[in-house]
Design a protein around this ligand. Structure first.
Ligand SMILES: Nc1ncnc2c1ncn2[C@@H]1O[C@H](COP(=O)(O)OP(=O)(O)OP(=O)(O)O)[C@@H](O)[C@H]1O
Ligand SMILES: [Mg+2]
Length: 502
C-alpha cells in the first residue's frame, strides 16, 4: 500500500489558523507578515518558508509544542528533528548560509507592532530596483533592526531575491577593517590564502540576487567604501543598512525611522482608539508579558498615553518601562519618570533629545539594581555577541570567590526581567546578550567604575583558555561540536584579539 503523502506546509498552516479562529489578515497582523504572504503560503505559491517565518507564524498562532512541531515538520522535513533556532542546513550555493543561531537582535522574539506602511515602503524600494543601498537611520532603540528584518522576511521569497537575504550583525565589531571578514563569516565564505577578502566577496556575490542586511553600521562608517565596492562589483546585490547615521555614499537612499505613533491626548481619544496607537500597543503587550493580569483600561489609559509621550514613542524605552509594570503601576511609573527626567536630561547635554530619553530610561532601570547587580550588569557589557553562563561566571565573578554578593543566575534573571539583558532563543546551551544601545551604556558604566582593564583581562583569559582547549579537539572526533562552539564565540574571540592588540 502506498504511504499517504505528508500534509503540505500550506495545509497544516491553514488548519492551525482555522483552529485558532483567525482570518489570514489577523494572523498576518499578529505575525508581522503581510496578508499576501500568509495567503501565498497557504496556497503553496511559496515553497520552503524560512525558519524565521515559520517561527513568527507559530508564535502568532500560540501553538502547542506538538502543533509547532507539526508546522516545522511540514515546512522543512529536514528540520523536524532539530530545534527551529538551530542553523538551517546550507541551501543553494555551497558558499552561502543564512545565519540564524547566534544572532541576538536579529531574531525577533516578539511580534512587530505597527510599521505596516514602513515595511511596505521599504519593500517597494528594495524589491522594485529603485534603491540598491538603503540606510535606515535613527537613534538607538527606535526600531531600525526590527524594521529591516521585517522587510527582509517579507522580501525573502520575492522573485527579485532568489537567494533570499543574509543578516550580518555588526554591533560587536569596532574595527572597520573587520567588516569584510564579518560579512564573509556570516555568508560562510572561507578566507583563502592571499586572495584579498574584498575580491573573494565580489566573486561569491557577483551572480547573487541577494539582500544583504548590515545591522548597526554606525561604529564602522569608514567601511562604507567596502559597501560601495560590493555594489559596484555585484550588480544584483542589494544592501539594507541600519545605522545611527547615514553612510554618505552615492546612490544611498536614507530612510529615517520615526518612533512609534503616539496618542494625541487621552482625554479626547476613546479607549478603543488609544489601544490601536503603536506606542500604547507596544507598552500594553510588553506589560502583559511582565504581568499576566495587566490590561489597558479606562483607569490607566491616560497614564500610559502620557508615559508613551514622555518616552517619545521610542520602542526600547517603552519596553524598559513596561517591563517594570509588575512592581510599579503606570501612574506611579509616570510620577517617578517625570521626576527624574529633568534631572537626568541635564547630564547628557551633548546627546540629541531622543537619545537622552533612552539613556535616561536605561539609567532609570539601572538605578533599580542593587550595587552588586549593577556590577554584574556593567561587567557583562564586555561580552560581544552574547555569552554562556560559564563565561559570565568566569568574567563577572561568582559569589563563591567572594567578589560579587549576588548569585549570577539570580542576577541574570533580574537583568532579563528589567529588559536590560535578553536571552535569545538559541539551540543548546543558554546564552545572554544585550542590545547595542544598552551595551553602550554598560560599557560607559564599566569605564567610570575603573574596572575596564580587569574585566577585559578576565574576558581575555576565559576565551584564550577556551581557544587553547579547542585547538587539539579541532582535529579529533569532537571537531564539529568545537567548530560550532567557536563560531558562537566568534565575536568574543575577535574582541579579545582587538583588546590584546591595543
Ligand atoms: N515595531 C515594533 N514592534 C515590536 N517591538 C519593537 C518594534 N520596534 C522596536 N521594537 C523593540 O524595541 C527594541 C529596540 O528595537 P531595535 O533593536 O530594532 O532598535 P534599533 O533602532 O535597531 O536600535 P540600535 O540602534 O540600538 O540597534 C527591540 O527590543 C525591539 O524588539
Ligand atoms: Mg539595531
Amino acid at each position: 500500500m502506498p504511504h499517504p503523502s505528508p500534509p503540505t506546509f500550506g495545509q497544516v498552516l491553514r488548519r492551525l489558523r482555522l483552529v485558532a479562529g483567525l482570518s489570514q489578515e489577523e494572523l498576518a497582523g499578529r505575525a508581522g507578515l503581510s496578508t499576501r504572504g500568509v495567503s501565498d503560503h497557504e496556497r503553496e505559491r511559496r515553497t520552503s518558508p524560512r525558519p524565521e517565518t515559520v517561527r513568527l507564524l507559530a508564535d502568532a498562532l500560540q501553538l502547542s509544542p506538538m502543533d509547532r512541531a507539526a508546522l516545522i515538520a511540514a515546512a522543512h522535513p529536514e528540520l523536524a528533528a532539530t530545534p527551529l533556532d538551530a542553523s538551517p542546513p546550507v541551501a543553494g550555493a555551497p558558499t552561502l548560509t543564512v545565519r540564524v543561531g547566534p544572532s541576538l537582535s536579529l531574531v525577533p522574539p516578539t511580534r512587530l507592532v505597527g510599521r505596516a506602511l514602513e515595511v511596505e515602503h521599504l519593500c517597494g524600494l528594495l524589491g522594485g530596483g529603485n534603491g540598491r543601498l538603503v540606510t535606515l537611520t535613527g537613534p538607538g532603540g527606535v526600531g531600525k533592526t526590527r524594521l529591516a528584518l521585517a522587510a527582509a522576511v517579507e522580501l525573502e521569497s520575492s522573485e527579485r531575491f532568489t537567494d533570499g537575504y543574509s543578516p550580518v550583525e555588526l554591533a560587536p565589531v569596532r574595527e572597520p577593517a573587520l567588516v569584510a571578514s564579518t560579512i564573509a563569516v556570516a555568508l560562510s565564505i572561507k578566507e583563502s590564502g592571499d586572495q584579498p577578502l574584498a575580491d573573494l566577496l565580489h566573486e561569491a556575490l557577483r551572480d547573487r540576487h541577494l539582500l544583504l542586511v548590515l545591522d548597526n553600521f554606525e561604529q564602522v562608517l569608514p567601511a562604507g567604501l567596502l559597501v560601495a565596492s560590493l555594489l559596484a562589483n555585484c550588480p544584483n546585490l542589494v544592501i539594507l543598512v541600519t545605522s545611527w547615521e547615514r553612510l554618505h555614499l552615492r546612490g544611498e537612499r536614507e530612510i529615517p525611522v520615526e518612533p512609534l505613533a503616539l496618542p494625541d491626548s487621552a482625554d479626547t481619544m476613546p479607549l478603543a482608539r488609544i489601544a490601536r496607537v503603536g506606542a500604547v500597543q507596544l507598552f500594553v503587550e510588553r506589560a502583559g508579558d511582565a504581568d499576566f493580569n495587566f490590561v489597558l483600561d479606562a483607569g490607566n489609559a491616560a497614564s500610559i498615553s502620557e508615559l508613551c509621550r514622555q518616552l517619545d514613542g521610542l520602542p526600547l524605552a517603552i519596553e524598559l518601562a513596561a517591563a517594570r509594570v509588575r512592581v510599579l503601576p503606570p501612574e506611579a511609573m509616570l510620577t517617578r519618570l517625570t521626576a527624574r527626567l529633568p534631572l537626568l536630561t541635564g547630564g547628557a547635554r551633548d546627546l540629541p533629545l531622543r537619545q537622552q530619553t533612552l539613556r535616561n530610561t536605561i539609567a532609570w532601570s539601572h538605578d533599580l539594581l542593587t550595587p552588586d547587580e549593577q556590577a554584574l550588569f556593567r561587567r557583562l557589557s564586555v561580552f560581544a555577541g552574547g555569552a554562556s553562563i560559564a563565561a559570565i561566571e568566569a568574567v563577572a565573578g561568582s559569589p563563591d570567590t567572594g567578589e560579587l554578593d549576588v548569585d549570577v543566575l539570580a542576577g541574570l534573571e533580574r537583568l532579563v526581567d528589567l529588559s536590560l539583558m535578553r536571552r535569545p532563543e538559541t539551540a543548546g546551551e543558554p546564552r545572554f546578550g544585550m542590545l547595542a544601545t544598552i551595551r553602550e551604556y554598560g560599557l560607559d558604566r564599566l569605564h567610570s567604575s575603573g574596572e575596564t582593564d580587569e574585566v577585559h583581562q578576565r574576558h581575555a583569559s576565559f576565551f584564550l583558555a577556551l581557544a587553547r582547549e579547542a585547538e587539539p579537539a579541532l582535529t579529533g572526533p569532537g571537531q564539529r561540536e568545537w567548530l560550532d562552539r567557536l563560531s558562537l564565540e566568534h565575536d568574543n574571540l575577535r574582541s579579545v584579539m582587538s583588546w590584546t592588540l591595543e
